[in-house]
Design a protein around this ligand. Structure first.
Ligand code: GAR
Length: 209
C-alpha cells in the first residue's frame, strides 16, 4: 500500500476526509504520518485519534524559508512517503523543496484556479460578484497555487452570503474531491507529466467540468 504523509496547519477537516475515505476505507493508501507547523493544530488530535503518527516542525521563529524547509524535509524523509498531501498547510514552500517531491505532492486550494491564488479567496470571490466559486486539487509546482489542476468542485454564490457561508459550502466539496484525487494517486492512475496532470494517461482539463 502507498504511504501518504499529510501536512497541516489547522483544523484538519480535509485530513479527516482522507483518513475516513482513504486510510480507513481503501487498502491502496495508508496515512503514515501527519506533520503540522503549529503545535496546537486540531488536526494533530484527529490523527492521534486514528492512531496515526504525528510530528510538529514549528515554523514560528524561523525566518528563513530554506532553514524551515530543511527541517521539514528531514521530518518527512523519516517516513519515506509515496505521496505528500498538503491539507490546509499555510506555508509557502521553497522551489528546492517542491522540486524534491515533484509529482508526489498535492494541494487543495479554496478557489476555482487559476482564479484567486493566495489568501482570502472567499472574500475575493464575493467582492468580485462571482456567481460561482469552488475548490481545486492540483499538483504542487514551484509556482504558488499554479501547478496543474486535477479536479475542481463548483458551488453557487447566493445573495447575502458571507465569506464564512461560502467557506463552509466550499469546504463540504473539498471533503469530496480531495480524497478522490488521493485515491486516484494511490491506485497509480494519476501522474504529473510535462507539467500536465494525467488520469489514466489522459490529460485532465478541469476547466471543462
Ligand atoms: C481549506 O479550505 C483549504 O482549502 C485551505 O485551508 C482550509 C483548511 O481547512 N487551504 C488554503 O487556503 C491553502 N492556501 P482544514 O484544515 O479543515 O482542512
Amino acid at each position: 500500500s502507498k504511504k501518504i504523509l499529510v501536512l497541516i496547519s489547522g483544523s484538519g477537516s480535509n485530513l479527516q476526509a482522507v483518513i475516513d475515505k482513504v486510510h480507513l476505507s481503501d487498502n491502496a493508501g495508508e496515512v503514515v504520518a501527519v506533520i503540522s507547523n503549529k503545535p496546537d493544530a486540531f488536526g494533530l488530535t484527529r490523527a492521534q485519534e486514528a492512531g496515526i503518527a504525528t510530528d510538529v516542525v514549528v515554523s514560528k521563529g524561523i525566518a528563513k524559508r530554506e532553514e524551515y524547509d530543511a527541517l521539514l524535509g528531514q521530518a518527512i524523509d523519516k517516513y519515506q512517503p509515496d505521496l505528500i498531501v498538503l491539507a490546509g498547510f499555510m506555508r509557502i514552500l521553497t522551489p528546492d523543496f517542491v522540486r524534491r517531491y515533484a509529482g508526489k505532492m498535492l494541494n487543495i486550494h479554496p478557489s476555482l484556479l487559476p482564479k484567486y491564488q493566495g489568501l482570502h479567496t472567499h472574500q475575493r470571490a464575493l467582492d468580485a460578484g462571482d456567481e460561482a466559486h469552488g475548490a481545486s486539487v492540483h499538483f504542487v509546482t514551484e509556482e504558488l497555487d499554479g501547478g496543474p489542476v486535477i479536479l475542481q468542485a463548483k458551488v453557487p454564490v447566493f445573495e447575502g452570503d458571507t465569506a464564512e457561508d461560502l467557506a463552509a459550502r466550499v469546504l463540504d466539496q473539498e471533503h469530496r474531491i480531495y480524497p478522490l484525487a488521493v485515491q486516484w494517486f494511490v491506485a497509480g492512475r494519476l501522474q504529473m507529466q510535462d507539467g500536465k496532470a494525467l488520469l489514466d494517461q489522459q490529460v485532465l482539463s478541469p476547466a471543462g467540468y
